[in-house]
Design a binder for this molecule. Structure first.
Ligand code: R5P
Length: 309
């Protein structure tokens, strides 16, 4: 059955690419605001009996998630067979523990909420640290697309003599994979975060690699303080070429982009999971493969996970 794809506002370029890759039908979803800021939604294409795909990246999630909830609930109410969400950037994964008394573990709360009104979920490189997989928190089937192959292709095509650099221990396996696919060496730095905009990277010894082009990779570029601190250490280590920064999710909060450029990033390239001026790496083919994968499965909710219903 041909899936019916509705695009939430702001996701048009990636949704168009996904439509082509999937051979899906474009559904018309009207979303607008009433004068008081509340949402109005209408499905002009009937979802009755259809496999519905909603496309909405969840950067700045608080502004966006209610419309996703309304669209999914409406599609279900109007008879959709299943309603899934393609969220190329999946928000609320970083607060994955109660670090201090009284804190909300929003990754769990958010997952429980989404699992209650969606039938499946597809995303790209979710920020999983203490949760081992999406299945550990989401009670619905999910599939994950990896941006690593597309990032490696981009590095091969655009960077001479690269040295891939992961900024922290969590990035180690990922940096190794990208470097292997880009056919170049890699190093992993040591990072400590003291606060939202306070990141420390330990000094590093680069030996003979000092003359290669440093390619810093990061899964999320939010304040860009991770990349900025890493650039300072690469400079201190005597790297002679200006660094290239390659990110998956281009959140770029506040002054992040200007600050990263001012820190000396020669080239900044991100994946199109979050629409941004730095998007240079298309991951729509990988996303479409993940959607085909999850649509091909029988619907089996994850045992033991509360779907919030
Ligand atoms: C951290 O664990 C992530 O992998 C990123 O390095 C981090 O989220 C980047 O954040 P920022 O750009 O604010 O330093």
């Amino acid at each position: 059955m041909t899936p019916l794809l509705y695009t939430l506002p702001g996701n048009e370029p990636l949704a168009a690419a996904l439509l082509r890759e999937l051979g899906a039908e474009a559904g018309t979803l009207e979303v607008r605001r009433f004068p008081d800021g509340e949402s109005y939604l209408r499905l002009h294409t009937s979802p009755a009996g259809r496999e519905v795909v909603l496309v909405a990246s969840l950067d700045r999630p608080n502004e966006k998630i209610l419309d996703v909830y309304f669209a999914a609930t409406l599609a279900r109410e109007l008879g959709a067979r299943r309603v899934g969400l393609v969220a190329p950037y999946l928000a609320y994964l970083r607060q994955d523990a109660r670090f201090r008394d009284g804190e909300a573990i929003t990754s769990v709360h958010f997952a429980r909420w989404l699992s209650g009104f969606l039938d499946w979920l597809v995303t790209v490189d979710p920020h999983l640290h203490r949760h081992p997989s999406l299945d550990a928190v989401y009670g619905i089937p999910s599939a994950v697309a990896s941006a690593a192959p597309a990032m490696a292709r981009w590095i091969r095509a655009h960077v001479a003599e690269p040295l891939v650099i992961g900024p922290d221990a969590e990035s180690a396996p990922w940096a190794a994979r990208i470097a292997a696919a880009a056919d170049c060496p890699h190093r992993v730095l040591e990072k400590r975060r003291h606060g939202d905009r306070d990141v420390e990277i330990a000094p590093v010894e680069l030996g003979a690699w000092r003359t290669r082009t440093p390619v810093l990779i990061d899964d999320i570029v939010s304040t860009a303080r991770t990349l900025i601190a890493a650039i300072a250490q690469l400079r201190a280590a005597g790297m002679t070429r200006a660094p290239v920064c390659v990110g998956v999710h281009a959140l770029f909060a506040g002054d992040a982009l200007e600050a990263l450029r001012a820190a000396g990033a020669a080239l900044i390239a991100t994946c199109n999971t979050v629409s941004h001026a730095t998007n240079a790496i298309d991951i729509s083919a990988e996303l479409a493969a993940a959607v085909r994968d999850v649509l091909g499965r029988r619907q089996v909710p994850t045992p033991g996970i509360d779907r919030g219903q």
